[in-house]
Each structure stands twice: as structure tokens, then as C-alpha cells.
Design a protein around this ligand. Sequence first.
Ligand SMILES: Cc1cc2nc3c(=O)[nH]c(=O)nc-3n(C[C@H](O)[C@H](O)[C@H](O)COP(=O)(O)OP(=O)(O)OC[C@H]3O[C@@H](n4cnc5c(N)ncnc54)[C@H](O)[C@@H]3O)c2cc1C
Length: 747
Amino acid sequence: MPDYGHPLRFGTFITPAAAQPQNVVALAQHTERAGLDLVTFQDHPYQPAFLDTLTLLTWVSAQTERVHVSANVHSVPLRPPAVLAKAAASLDLLSGGRFELGLGAGAFWDAIEGLGAPRRTAGQAVTALSEAIDVIRSLWATDERRPLKYQGTYYSLNGAKRGPAPGTRIPIALGAYKPRMLRLVGEKADGWLPSQGYLGPGALQEGNATIDAAAVDAGRDPREIRRMLNVSPPQSGDAASWIGELVSLAAEDGVSTFILAADDARLIQIFGEQVAPAVREAVADERRDRGTVAGTVRPAAALALRREGIDYDAVPEGVEAIEPGDASFPRVRSNYLRGGNPGLVLRPRDTAGVVEALAFARRQPVPLGIRSGGHGVSGRSTNDGGIVLDLTHLDGIEVLDEATRRIRVGAGARWGEVAAVLDRYGWALSSGDYGGVGVGGLATTGGIGWLVREHGLTIDHLRALEVVLADGRVARASETEEQDLFWGMRGAGANFGIATSFQFEVDEVGPVGWAQLVQAPSDLAEYLQRWGEVVSGSPRDLTANLIIGRSSGQTVATVMALVDSDDPDTILARLQPIADLAPLVDSSVQVTAYAAVMGNASNEPHQGQGEPLTRSVLVDALTPEVAELSRQLVESGTSRFFQVRSVGGAVADVPPDATAYGHRSAGFSIVAFGSDAARLDGYWSRLRALGSGLYLSFETSRDPALLEQAFGAGNLERLRELKRRYDPENVFDGNFPIDAGAATLSA
Ligand SMILES: Cc1cc2nc3c(=O)[nH]c(=O)nc-3n(C[C@H](O)[C@H](O)[C@H](O)COP(=O)(O)OP(=O)(O)OC[C@H]3O[C@@H](n4cnc5c(N)ncnc54)[C@H](O)[C@@H]3O)c2cc1C
């Protein structure tokens, strides 16, 4: 040191002159065209000749594509930190991660007071700035769910809602000259941003020393702090001496961001096209000669969050890696229903990346979760302290052959997106009831969807898939290749590998009837039994779900039904027998697209917390015994969400041993969410005795005795043999793992 090894950056410092606003923007765009990295503006809100800096930064980031933007620096006394945090996060999100935060303690106190902010001494201003940094970072920390209560000397917040969270980690640089401010840089900031004109001889060395010592005292690595400098154009205009001066500042004083204070387009061009490349080259040579370790240093605070057992330095290059402490970690840690706190989330971009990520993950002695859409119920695709291999980037949806309606879908796509693409062709693929569910999880277990009675399960449309196996081999499975694997992947797929893409044959589906009927049955058991008879006696173009809840002591049944027809008479003919079962409280019926029915999910990051508790059973019919037990369960208040879905129809056209999903006789799937396992199981053990199995995707119990119910005894034996062949070490253990070794299961 002091070359701290940061990649070199070059930027401009443009006067935000209100008299020529378009010229200011043009110079910013010129900065980008000249190949520079950063555009900055001073922030003096009391200065009437200047544009407002935050507004200007917003405008400029919208008018540019690549350059980062920052204040140089914000007058914190005039920018309430809680609001500044939100503005900064918003600009980060809107600009695609191009916003940086430059902060100053404040100067020109008469003017600050003139604008209504309190006057502070130098010491008070530094303390206030330190508090402001804490407030800003705390409001960005959305993985902390409790509202922010902060009691400082200068700022206090009483229950502020956090967020929005920036998409990237916004660096905070401080404009600092005096020892107290320099120490604050060392303690908390990501960058030091003084102006060369205000620094006397030796001030950079002294400043660096103060910052480095404060950083070490705070348990940080001094290399975490980027040294930035506002520089003026050379008096001589001689590019060679200019280059020499900047190389010396980089090599001797550790400066790695040079910001040219000039409103001159010609100078900016020279800076970008001649000076910056020459300085970069000379500094790279210098670093090679000196053996300087170059690169960005991970902050000590983030390093402290790393988890045991993961060799973070060996993460394969080219695979996106997100770890605790990264700005995007809160968006990827949890699932839709389940909270998680993994040590590392790996997001490969293609099949080769999946192979690499899996090989890496296998070398780490920590849990491994495989995640496609993060809607796992039984599937535990996030964890605590382990690795999540996340297939989000493998989300392609393409039509392979229009004549045969053959499509290929990546595991990371979601069913709402698939439906939207297929809609353009007049096609649909029965998948599930919720557009946010991922392709990978659902298409490896079954897929009970809105067209299930007419078109069968999702897996019944699967013609081929690509799978990364535990040993890293990439297999293609179909009726003619790896037939056993193809059989097993259709129902127990999570046990054998990571499916990266699926080929489906989809159906022609036009506009459909979509209905929601809310009913108030007086005798729930009788209603359920008759509902089951009506639905299973209906033509296959009807598929219906029923959610039963309690409201003010009254049982409320919400029916959601799809009729694959756009003929109003047909739609009403299917719905009327259901509507006649109990008084209607509310109803809506419309003719719409299947894609619109599946357009029911948001793209918000998952925020699941805790562990869901669900139980599943598949029954051939809603017999009086099943209906009565269901009534008792619902009326006891044991379940807050009780759902009955129609299956049957085309599902039963496929023999039970044709796929690993073996429950072809089931007419209905019943699922309950609860909060008290013992209470729920009190009812469920009796319901299970009346059923023919369970749909593993709706079951959170980990009792190995349920494997037989999940797959059927005959299928389970074959699956055990496949597990021994394809995953003998049980690498894939996140979703109804099959015990490969034992003939009978042990707990
Ligand atoms: C709101 C909601 C609605 C649902 N509706 C339906 C429905 O209508 N019909 C229905 O059938 N199911 C439904 N489900 C259940 C859903 O199909 C399963 O939970 C499914 O596993 C979710 O898939 P995912 O990719 O989103 O889940 P993830 O959480 O990403 O994965 C769940 C598990 O699947 C396995 N897995 C994931 N990706 C792969 C892969 N590429 N290769 C191999 N294994 C993989 C892993 O073991 C993982 O733990 C619903 C779930 C939710 C939360």
C-alpha cells in the first residue's frame, strides 16, 4: 500500500448550471460517449444558480445508459437521511445499479440555516453524518423485517418502514478533509472523495494513514475503501504530463477514481479517449511489477456473515454467486412459503454452469437446495447455512415445432410466463393454479392444473428432458433415451438430478370459461359429498377447486372452476349444478384466456418466513366418511386453508405404473394448511386411511413412512433401484428423498 488495488475509474464533475440545463445533460451524455465511468454534480441546494442535484441525477440517469451517477457530494444537513435512503434506492433500481452516494457533513452554514436546517458545529456535523449513514443503511436492510427505531442525537426514527432495498450495494463516499471526518471514512464509508485543489502537500498520504488506522480500529481492511479524487485539468494542457501525474497519484497515493472538474467537451473527450486508457495501462504495468493484488475487497462486515463449510474463494467463475451481505441477498434467501438463510446462492446461466455449480456444491459439506421457482411446499429448496442452486436464469421458452406443438421450457421459467407465450399460438399446457410456480419443481412431481381433467397432468405432456445427474453427467431422457430415468423424473424427479429443460407437447386451447362462486353451505359434509359427485359426473371440460374457510362462525366455500369452452350455454350448464348446491354469496363468470387465469402472480421477491405445515391426501371420491371428517376438521378451526381439487378425468387414462406418479385412480386432492401438527395429524391420520395416497407437492411431513403413499408400493421399489443407480449418495435430498440403500426405510 498505498495502492489499494481497486480497478481504475474515471469520471466528470459538471457544474449543474440552471441557466443551461440541456448543456449539463449533454456534457453528461458526452462523458458516457467518451468512455468514462462516472458523472457527478455538486449539491448546494441554497445556490439559486444550480439545478437541484437529486432531480438532475434522476434526469441524467434516464438520459444515459452506462455511466454511474453521483452527487459530489450531498449536503446531508439539507437531505434528511431517511428520505435520501429511499431516493438513492429508487435511483439505483431505476438506473439498473448506476447510482452512488456521495455525502458531506455540510458547509456554508449561513446558507444552510437560511434554508431552514439547523446550524451545527464541525464536530456535531460529523456525528450527524455518522448517524445519517446508519439510518440510510438500516433503511436499505429490508431483510430485517421490524420497522426501524433509531435514537441518535441528531436523527431519530420511530418505526420507519424499511425499503425499497437497492438492487445492488450502493457505495457511500464521503467528502472529507479533517481528521474527524477522515476517521469516519475509515470507520464506515466505502470511499474517500476530496478535491485535489483543497489538499496541501502530503495531505493525501496523511489522509490515507488516518483512514487506514481508523479502518483497522473498526475491524475493516483499509482496501475496502476506495480513494477518489476530484482533479482539475493541467495548466499546460499537455496530455503526457497529465498522464504521468495521475499514474503517480494512483501508484503512490492509492487514488483509483479520478473525477475531472471541467465543463469542457473537448477536455472530457481527451480525458476519456487518451488519458484514461494510458493511465490504466501504466498502472496495470506498475501493479504487475509490484505484485499488487488488484480487485475489489469484500467488506469485513460482509465477510463476517459467511457461513462455515463453504469455500467461497473456489466458487466457479461465470456462475452468479450471491452471499449474505450482498445487496441482492434479501431477494434470494427465502422462498414463497419458507424462510431461508443460505450461505450461498448460485445462479448458473446455462447447463454447463449447472454442472460446475453442482460439482462445487458437492465439495462443500453443507446442505444443498435445488430451486426453480421457489414455490416448494414439500420441496426444501432453501436452507440455513447451505447452498441454493437457483435456476432462475434458465428461463427460456421456445417453440420447437409448430406442427406438433412441441415446446422447450427452461426449469427456471414460471408457469404464468409459459401460459403467456403459448397463448400467442392458441395453445396451453395444464400446469397448476398459480402463475408464479416454477417449471422445474412442478414438472418433476406431477402438475395438477386448471385443465387436468381434460388434458391430464403436466408430466403427461412431457416428451423429453435434459437432466444434470449427481456425477455431473448431462443426460437426455425420453421414451427412447434413458427410459428408466424418464420414468422416474415424471413424479419423483427431484430425487435423480437437476432438470435443466423440458420438452412438452401442448394442447390447442381457445378462450375458456372462468368462474368464481362463493357459497354458504349449511351442512358442509353434505355439500362436499354432493360437490364431489357433481364434479366427477361432469364432462372433462370442467376442472374445479374448492377452498373452504370460516367467517363469523359460518362456513364459506369458494369454488374456482375452469370450463374449456367459450360457449356461454356450455359454461353455465357445467356451473349451474354446482351453484345449486348451496346459497350463492357472490359469483363471477367470464370468458377469458387461460393465460389470463394464470396471470395471477406478482414478480415480487419471495418473502417467506418460517416453515409451512401442510398435509395432503388423494381420494378416489368424496365419500360420506371423507366429507364428514373434512367437516369436523374445518369446523374445529384446525386448518386455516382447506382445499379440495378435482383430479380424475384424463389423469386416469394413463396406467399407474407408466410414470413415477402412480395415483391414477384419484378423483380428488385434498390439502390443509395448519399451524399445530399434532392437531392436524389427529384428523389427517384418519383421512389418510380413507385415501389412496398423497400428492407429495402438497405435503410437508418428512416422515419416511409416507414414501409409499407418495409413490405407491410398486413404484417405490423401482424408484429405490433408480436412486441406487442415479444418486447413490443422496445428493438430491430436498424433496421426498428416497432411501437408496435400505430395503425398508428407517426414520
Ligand atoms: C402458491 C402455490 C400454488 C401451487 N399450485 C399448484 C398447483 O396448482 N398444482 C400443482 O401440481 N402444484 C402446485 N403447487 C405445488 C408446486 O407444484 C410445488 O411446490 C413445486 O415443487 C414448486 O415448484 P418450484 O420450482 O416453484 O419450487 P422450488 O421451491 O424451486 O422447488 C421445489 C423442489 O423441487 C425440486 N426441484 C426444483 N427444481 C428442480 C429441477 N429443475 N430439477 C429437479 N428438481 C427440482 C427440488 O427438490 C426443490 O426442493 C403450488 C405451490 C404453491 C406455493
